[in-house]
Design a protein. Sequence first.
Length: 176
Amino acid sequence: MMRRISNSTELRLIPILLAALLAFAAGCASKNQPVEEVDVEVDSEFSDGSMDPSSTRDTMVAVEVDVDLEVSPVYFDFDSYEIRREFGPMLRAAAEALKDAGASVLIAGHTDDRGSEEYNLALGERRAGAVRKYLYNLGVPMGQMSIVSYGEAQPAVSGSGESVWALNRRAELNLR
């Protein structure tokens, strides 16, 4: 036989249950700690196809950050999103500066003009995601970083030929 608890007893139990639930949730919260590198899909503004990168500008909150972070682009080989060794020292310095300042950064992936627009958007996203994962593994909190892919839409230089294409295959870090 079930026993019915009176309304006044139920009302007194609600704050206790809420406090227990909050304590449990706080204990389950994960910490932003670097993890070993694994191949995973990364979320971006293009994941569900519903967001236009230009529409996010209106919703961003401007934060004054007193950090002088000038980072050269990370360049990639043809049809690749693997970060080359030569960019390790630069990215380590950027990671330290981002962690110290708590600054947010937008990582923009770019490609040369070879390949379809869809392919290049996906490749640009993988390039930006690779840089984000690299910085995360160096201790930059995921919440400080976002990515966007411009594919071939915003070339660094115009023209054709390997010397031009090499400059357009890049990821750029922009403080927000």
